[in-house]
Structures are given as structure tokens and as C-alpha cells.
Design a protein around this ligand. Structure first.
Ligand code: DAH
Length: 380
């Protein structure tokens, strides 16, 4: 009898261990556990038979059955550990990530605003705050507006100086030109103001594209200028200097800037001055602000009465000042871009580096050029 019982226990063990080995997941293993060690399981049933045995048999079989139960419990635990590890490995294998793939990005943080566009927005925000309108004129301009109306007569050397791109002449007229500066917007806007009776007084800027047949490290055939014009009954050079100083301090986000006027010549202003801004050298780079160097950032002067007359304005009653500056140069100085040509090469890597996030609209209240940290973090 006891030999039978031992044999039975041995067979049961072999059977259950085989079943444990055969399982491939936690659910199957749990079924084997319930079928053996559970209340109605085979091992439990075997243990229950101890109750009907004689004391002798019980003494013999008790340890045997208990040992069987412990062995099965151990085998199940070991198998469970093995299955859990396998399941984890499978999950890890399935969830592997290619760290070299780009992060899923939000399209609104993908694009970049070109530094020239950014600076134009900044200029407009600053001058709007000072009460200036923003005027525009055509890129393809007549020789009248580009030259004659600005007191640059046909034989004048300034026409040659400008390295003008001429378009093919129409039969019935002069060749059109690609405007060589933003100054023609002065006369156009004043004429329009006269016609609409919206001025004088005038107070506007005109940022835009300009063209000259010139190309090297610091010149590109297309570049950008900002023109400024103020015309009123008592406008004087003090107003000009104050306007430029206020603008430059705001633009470069400095409390203190210094400019200096150097006598110069432009046909459309009298007197004419070159505008120099105080700066210092940091290695190769010019840094605006304090220092013992001066860099030229534009031209300016009191509007020549001839120009006012070309716009139909009474030059005995009105006078004004004008200025012109290179926008690309301002952008290079402010944002540290060393090579002008890169501005127009449409290299996405350059644009990612020097460009601005579209949602950061420059404004005087929120900061002209502050890229908010939150947005930088979201951007990729
Ligand atoms: N138009 C000039 C240029 O392109 C710049 C300039 C100088 C503009 C003096 C002005 C001015 O309005 O007053 O070189």
C-alpha cells in the first residue's frame, strides 16, 4: 500500500512538473497551480487522504506528501520567475526606441522667421511706438522716383554710383530700375499724403528690399534698407538725433548708446550726415554700446527742399529730416551673424540657428527679441 502511495506521489510529481515545464505564460502556470495546489487540486487531494490513514501510514506518507507539495510550490515559483523575466524581455524588445529619430514635433515650432523679417518687425514695433507709420513702395521703380525726385539729375554722378539694375526700356518711356534704395518711398508717400490730405505733417518709416549690381562678402545684389522721414513745420536736427538714439537704444536693448554725425553728401538732404554708432571690438566682432570705435550704420540729413517740392509740399513752410539704414547690417550686429551672404542662401541649418520662432512676435512690452524659454524648450 505505502509503496503504491509513494509511486502514486512520484507519478503525480512527474506529471505536474512536466505540466509546469510545458507552460509558456502566466495564465497557464496559474491553471497548473490551481489544479495541483488549489483547494481542489491534485496535491491537495493527496494530502487529504492522510486523514483516512493509520497513524503509521500517516507518519510515512505525511513527510512525503508535504515534500511533494513544497517541491511543486517551488517549481511553480521558479517557473513564474522565468516567465516574468521572459515577458519583461519581450516587452523591452518590442519597445526599443531609435534614439536617432527626430522627436515628434509640433509643426508650429518647426518653422523659423528669418532674422531680416524679425528685424523688420522689431523696427516697425519701435517706430510705431514713436508714432511713425509704415509706408511701402514698389521694388520696380521709375527713374523719376529712384533718382530725379530725390534731386539726382540724369547727369549726376550719384546715378552711376548706385550700380543700378536697369530693366529693358519700353518704347514710350524710360527704362524702369530695381530701386537702389528705399528713398523713393519718401516722395511717393508724401505725394499720396498730399492727395489724400493726410499730411504734412509726415512721420513714417519704409523698410524694404533694395538692389544694386554688387556682390562680395559684405554686399549682395539684393539687400534691405529702412528709410525714415519726418516732415513738419519746425522739425530740426535735434529731433533727428533724438529719434535715432531712441531707436538704436530700443533696438539693441541698451540703456545707453552714443551716436555721432559725420558730415557727408547726399543729393536729397542738406546738410547730410553719416550716422556712426559707438562700439568696441570683441575679437573679430564689433559689439555696439560703449567703446572707442565708431561704425557707420547709415545716412541722414535734413530733407532737401527740392525733394519736398517734387512731392508738392511748400518748402518754405515745411522742413524735415530723413535717414536710411541697412537692415541686414543691423541684424548682423544684433544677432551676431558673421556673413551677409548666408542671409540669402536659404540654408535650413542656418535658418534653424539664426531664425526666430513664429509665435514670438516682437513687441516693446513683451521684449523685442526674447525667445521665451518655454517655447525654446518645445522647439526642436
Ligand atoms: N538712400 C541712401 C543710400 O541708399 C541712404 C540715405 C542717406 C537715406 C541719407 C536717407 C538719407 O534718407 O537722408 O545710400
Amino acid at each position: 500500500m505505502s509503496g503504491d502511495t509513494q509511486k502514486q506521489a512520484g507519478q503525480l510529481e512527474t506529471k505536474i512538473v512536466a505540466a509546469i515545464d510545458a507552460t509558456t505564460d502566466a495564465t497557464a502556470l496559474e491553471a497548473v497551480r490551481v489544479g495541483s495546489l488549489g483547494k481542489k487540486g491534485s496535491v491537495s487531494a493527496l494530502l487529504k487522504t492522510l486523514g483516512g490513514m493509520s497513524a503509521e501510514e500517516r507518519q510515512l506518507n505525511g513527510p512525503l506528501f508535504n515534500a511533494l507539495r513544497d517541491k511543486i510550490a517551488e517549481a511553480i515559483a521558479a517557473k513564474k520567475t522565468e516567465l516574468d523575466a521572459a515577458a519583461l524581455n519581450a516587452r523591452l524588445a518590442e519597445e526599443t526606441m531609435d534614439m536617432t529619430l527626430p522627436v515628434d514635433s509640433d509643426p508650429q515650432f518647426e518653422g523659423r522667421i528669418h532674422p531680416v523679417s524679425q528685424v523688420m518687425e522689431e523696427l516697425s514695433a519701435i517706430f510705431a511706438d514713436m508714432g511713425f507709420d509704415v509706408a511701402e513702395g514698389p521694388d520696380i521703380e521709375s527713374q523719376f522716383y529712384n533718382f530725379s525726385a530725390l534731386n539726382i539729375p540724369e547727369a549726376h554722378p550719384a546715378r552711376q554710383m548706385h550700380d543700378t539694375f536697369y530693366l529693358k526700356a519700353e518704347e514710350d518711356g524710360d527704362a524702369l530700375v530695381l530701386r537702389t534704395h528705399t528713398s523713393p518711398v519718401q516722395v511717393r508717400t508724401m505725394q499720396q499724403g498730399q492727395a489724400e490730405k493726410s499730411g504734412p505733417p509726415f512721420r513714417f518709416i519704409a523698410p524694404g528690399r533694395t538692389y544694386r549690381c554688387d556682390s562680395d562678402q559684405t554686399h549682395t545684389p539684393m539687400f534691405h534698407q529702412i528709410e525714415g522721414l519726418v516732415v513738419d513745420e519746425s522739425t530740426h536736427m535735434g529731433h533727428l538725433k533724438h529719434t535715432l538714439e531712441t531707436f538704436l537704444a530700443a533696438f539693441f536693448e541698451l540703456d545707453d548708446i552714443a551716436i555721432r554725425f559725420r558730415p557727408s553728401y547726399f543729393p536729397f538732404t542738406e546738410p547730410s550726415m553719416e550716422i556712426d554708432m559707438q562700439c568696441h571690438r570683441d575679437g573679430e566682432r564689433l559689439v555696439v554700446g560703449s567703446g572707442d570705435e565708431w561704425m557707420e550704420i547709415g545716412g541722414s540729413g535734413m530733407v532737401n527742399p527740392h525733394v519736398l517740392r517734387h512731392a508738392g509740399i511748400d518748402a518754405d513752410k515745411y522742413q524735415g529730416f530723413a535717414f536710411g539704414m541697412g537692415i541686414d547690417r543691423l541684424a548682423m550686429l544684433k544677432y551676431g551673424a558673421p556673413d551677409l551672404r548666408a542671409f540669402f542662401e536659404a540654408d535650413l541649418r542656418w535658418l534653424k540657428h539664426y531664425g526666430f520662432l513664429p509665435i514670438d512676435v516682437p513687441g516693446l512690452a513683451a521684449g523685442l527679441s526674447n525667445k521665451t524659454l518655454a517655447n525654446i524648450n518645445k522647439a526642436t
